[in-house]
Design a protein around this ligand. Structure first.
Ligand SMILES: [Zn+2]
Length: 119
């Protein structure tokens, strides 16, 4: 087994995101992109992160990748739920930011003080 003769190397995953569990043969290309193969339809493609993996599984348009024809229903609904959660989280985060702006971060300072006191 040779370890260094190709343009790719076995990738260390950039994150433990769930998307990586649905691809196989993950290799890191020289450009920094990952070469992967879909676990379900065996489609080989490249991606720089989990966004394209999810786009393939969810058949999302606008990511330059075709949808997966063999993704199991439970995987599909898992990622649909995840997408929904992220959207809700993003909305909540922007609300929180608005609040922080209003209080000029005073609430955050207060929280730090509380943590210090309770020790
Ligand atoms: Zn697929």
């Amino acid at each position: 087994m040779s370890t260094s003769c190709s343009n790719t190397s076995i990738a260390t995953l950039p994150s433990s995101a769930a998307e990586w569990k649905h691809v196989k043969n993950i290799l890191r290309g020289k450009t920094g992109q990952y070469e992967v193969v879909c676990t379900y339809c065996d489609k080989p493609y490249h991606t720089s992160g989990v966004t394209r993996i999810r786009a393939h599984l969810l058949s999302s348009v606008g990511f330059g990748i075709s949808g997966c024809a063999h993704v199991p229903d439970e995987v599909l609904s898992f990622f649909k739920a995840l997408e929904h959660e992220k959207r809700v989280f993003a909305i909540n985060e922007s609300k929180k930011r608005d609040f922080d702006d209003l209080t000029s971060g005073a609430l955050y300072t207060l929280c730090i003080l509380c943590i210090q006191c309770s020790e």
